[in-house]
Design a protein. Structure first.
Length: 174
């Protein structure tokens, strides 16, 4: 099997790309909600073990403390939501927001490799994943796919807008 076999799908895109707005607004809701929750003690303490075991983010709890690290992450998540909202109107903001979203979920998916308790020993270990940690992280596969889909569409839109401006198309130089 080749990569094209796996990337071939029955759904074909023609006409409006409006369905991408569903991805955008779903991601906005996720980032607003998760970002706001990062300012609570409940969320900070719940995420501390994930952060502690991460080679990418582990330094944050040391530098900022558990609550401070959670607030920094919450601020980044709220900024991602803001960029995604602005991106509904400004293609470059959409690229930034979708890029931030994709990076977020790439990082959180690394927790599968670094966080104790992801594999469920009672069920025979990996690929059986635990409910509290493994299944919680698994949703990020779908969120990453949504982010990458939106990012690719945003890159096309930003590129198209730039080309239109450079060709002095009326209405594009505002």
């Amino acid at each position: 099997m080749t990569i094209s076999t796996f990337s071939s799908i029955a759904e074909k895109t023609t006409g409006s790309r409006r369905p991408l707005s569903l991805l955008r607004w779903a991601l906005v809701i996720v980032f607003l909600w998760f970002g706001a929750m990062k300012f609570t003690a409940y969320e900070a303490l719940g995420n501390a073990p994930l952060i502690d075991h991460s080679p990418i983010m582990g330094w944050m709890n040391v530098l900022f403390g558990v609550r401070g690290a959670s607030r920094v992450i919450g601020t980044i998540e709220l900024a991602t939501a803001a960029a995604l909202i602005a991106g509904a109107f400004i293609p470059v903001a959409s690229v930034i927001g979708a890029g931030m979203s994709a990076i977020t979920f790439l990082i959180t998916l690394t927790f599968f490799l670094t966080t104790p308790g992801v594999a469920e020993a009672a069920a025979g270990g990996f690929p059986a994943i635990s409910a509290p940690v493994g299944q919680f992280l698994l949703k990020d596969v779908v969120l990453l796919a949504a982010s990458v889909n939106l990012l690719l569409a945003s890159l096309r839109a930003a590129s198209h807008q730039t080309a239109m401006k450079s060709n002095n198309v009326p209405g594009m130089n505002q």
